[in-house]
Design a protein around this ligand. Structure first.
Ligand SMILES: [Zn+2]
Length: 129
């Protein structure tokens, strides 16, 4: 018999699966990008008061990942980790806004959009000429 089990069955999708669980649901990327990464908010998040409910008394917080670390060493290790670097890369992309969603649905405010009739007629003219 051949190999029953495929190799490379794990795709390093741990973060995606974790993010989809509501039990550990963190802040969304656009919330971090538009609110938390603001220098004023960032300073407030990094200098939180002692909170006995949070890991590490809320003293070691990664703003990009919205994650509390137990110790400073853990936070330093987290900053060097793949999870954090991947997150930083994702945060560099522009956030998916409600404007973009409306634009893709044809509800944007960028001037007059052609009527459905005109849109249908354009490819026809292209075919003729
Ligand atoms: Zn991080």
């Amino acid at each position: 018999m051949g190999r029953l089990r495929r190799s490379r069955a794990h795709h390093a999708r741990r973060d995606v699966h974790r993010a989809s669980r509501t039990r550990v649901r963190g802040r969304d990327l656009d919330m971090i990008q538009l609110i938390d990464l603001d220098p004023k908010n960032r300073a407030a998040l990094e200098a939180q008061a002692l909170d006995f409910e949070k890991p590490g008394l809320a003293q070691h917080y990664c703003v990009e990942c919205a994650k509390y670390c137990e110790t400073d060493a853990a936070l330093q290790a987290h900053w060097r980790s793949k999870v954090h670097k991947r997150r930083c890369k994702a945060l560099k992309e522009p956030a998916y806004t409600i404007e973009e969603a409306e634009r893709s649905a044809g509800l944007g405010r960028e001037g007059k959009r052609p009527t459905p009739l005109a849109v249908a007629s354009v490819p026809m003219d292209g075919m003729v000429s």
